[in-house]
Design a protein around this ligand. Structure first.
Ligand SMILES: [Zn+2]
Length: 318
């Protein structure tokens, strides 16, 4: 039996009143266990509530890793709300996330890892999307589509970091991490969809593919999701930065984005991404990322390129 059941499995989302009542019942029932024994609203910063009591240790290790990478946690309190539905997916909020999972998620190592990746992905959004966010999403208007060309960064880099930080936290093996990453890489590189649009163009198609209103039929031959597309750009950029004479990493770029756009909560436009990359490397170069039409398998594998000032189009392989 899971130790945490925020909502019972159900098909409709509960009302605010029903949620409060469910929390009260859970607290009274004693059927759940919380970090430090605190009731849910008083969870300490960085708490993570997972399926089983033993997993609180896993959750703490992951949150600690996030704190190590960023140097801080961006919230006072954060809640992982896990809905035991028989569907999947999650939604990020500024100080919480709602996760959906099957009650059988912990049955196998593979499904458990998938769930951990989901929790980590949504948690990364507390920085990337909730605070470092694309300008086109504002002003928030939930009655309309807010297309942005930057989902390859907002979702894709989050997709890259979710499993990576679990690995860094020692909660997955190198083989597990690489198996998952190579699957993502193969899907992007061998799929034909990338030939039909740049990562920015794929991002702009979100209203048609990410259940904004309804899932439109999507032809995988002409669409590559900005999730894996962006994740592979993240991988490529990370490797490229690590391969420099004075090694940097994608962490440095993300922390730069935090400084210029996350901390001041100043939404970014595509040109700001280029500027942050140039500031990260310190090169007097125009840096271009996310705009190329495809992920090539030949030169310049991943839509990341550096162009000298003056238009010398010099690509770097990695
Ligand atoms: Zn996401």
């Amino acid at each position: 039996m899971p130790h945490i059941q925020i909502f019972p499995a159900q098909t409709a989302y509960p009302s605010r009143e029903a949620f409060a009542e469910a929390l009260g019942q859970l607290r009274a029932s004693g059927e759940y266990r919380l970090v430090g024994g605190n009731p849910i609203p008083e969870l300490p910063a960085g708490s993570i509530v997972l399926f089983r009591y033993a997993d609180e240790v896993v959750g703490e290790a992951i949150v600690r890793e996030y704190r190590r990478m960023w140097g801080f946690l961006p919230y006072e309190k954060y809640l992982f709300l896990n809905l035991l539905t028989e569907s999947g997916g999650g939604l990020e909020h500024k100080n919480s996330t709602v996760l959906m999972a099957s009650r059988w998620t912990t049955r196998t190592r593979r499904t458990y890892n998938n769930w951990l990746n989901l929790a980590s992905h949504e948690f990364f959004h507390a920085w990337n999307v909730e605070r470092i966010r694309p300008a086109e999403l504002e002003p928030f208007d939930f009655t309309k589509a807010n297309p942005t060309p930057s989902l390859w960064l907002a979702e894709g880099f989050t997709q890259y970091y979710g499993p990576l930080l679990i690995r860094r936290a020692g909660q997955s093996t190198t083989d597990e991490f690489l198996t998952s990453l190579s699957g993502t890489l193969n899907g992007v590189v061998t799929g034909p969809g990338r030939l039909y649009g740049s990562p920015q163009e794929m991002s702009l198609r979100a209203p048609f593919v990410d259940a904004a209103a309804a899932l439109a039929p999507t032809n995988p031959n002409i669409f590559t999701s900005y999730y894996p597309y962006g994740a592979i750009i993240g991988l490529a950029l990370d490797l490229q930065l690590r391969g420099r004479e004075k090694p940097l990493s994608l962490d440095d770029f993300m922390k730069r984005m935090w400084k210029t756009h996350g901390a001041p909560e100043k939404p970014y436009k595509p040109a700001d991404i280029q500027a942050a990359l140039a500031q990260t490397t310190g090169d007097a170069k125009r840096q271009s990322v996310g705009q190329r039409r495809s992920v090539d398998t030949g030169e310049g594998h991943t839509g990341v390129r550096e162009a000298e000032n003056g238009g010398d189009d010099k690509r770097h392989d990695f």
